[in-house]
Design a protein around this ligand. Sequence first.
Ligand code: GLY
Length: 357
Amino acid sequence: MRRIPLLSSVIDVGCGLLKDAGARIRELEPRAKKAFLLTDRNCARYARTVRSGLQAAGMEVEILAIAPGESQKKPASAARIYDRLARAGIERQSAFVAVGGGVVTDLGAFAASTWMRGIPLFLVPTTLLAQVDAAIGGKTGVNLPQGKNLVGTFYQPLGVFCDPEVFRTLPAREYVGGLGEVVKYGVIRDAELFPFLEKNIEAIRERKPDTLEEIVFRCASIKADVVSKDEKESGLRAILNYGHTIGHGLEAAGGYRKLHHGEAVSVGMEAAAVIAMDMGLTPLETLAAQNRLLKLCGLPTRVKGLPPRKVLEAMRLDKKNSDGRFRFVLPEAVGRVRFGVEVPAELVVSGLRAVSV
Ligand code: GLY
């Protein structure tokens, strides 16, 4: 097991960690007599393991399993959680434990951060995407019909427990999608991750826990380092959005059904590298190396049936581009990016054309 510090929290990464989560929570919050465990129905078996650990550590556990899916990330779900927290007598020193993917960790963290103005929070992410991204960084949120994550807080959990053995049961598309965020970390900060991923591609395909532990550790360490330097996103933290400016546009233009988040980020990174090349910021080798690795991972670099103009319109509605300008994170080389680069709409469209079939 390896521990990554992040502001007031710790991120533990290790195979088999799930069954120790209860003891670790007890260690980090010795006063907690009760724990509230939020999960979704797809993660029931992992939630049961965590519940047994909490009970073995002497805590009384109240469990709520919501339906799976992004549609649950809404204020009404938070209200339902508050109702259960009240009925279960969850108070300031109780532990709030979220076991699941990004929806459960974002929603759970939001509820925990607002219940009694914030109670001790612990996250047990069960997807690759959540272990390397969603569960780390302290942003919590729920969606409104007007946009994603429009209501939220910054709230660091006390502990995040990442056990790569849980990827065994992830649906293939969801697992591969998570690799999109992994490749992102290589481009923004860790050039050595590229040869590591290429060399271990078979182990990655076979979901070998040791290899995945190394990957999660490296990616989570990068995110923790970036967030600890810029928690509230006033500068550097923007590099974590590499591939997301276009990625979010693709997701929205596809009605959030066509592409999974990681797939959209993958195509978004390809388009961003094309734009960087067109602007003379990076050589063809960067685009080629990224394209090769994305394909090796089984990720898409092209999208069908989403006209560039439609994607551009969706991008204009994104709150990050609300002043009508598009600011990008663009690669200079594998391992190094520039952020806050203003890109004219015509270049965005030609980047989108390059990834459209
Ligand atoms: N919860 C994700 C982040 O803080 O970036």
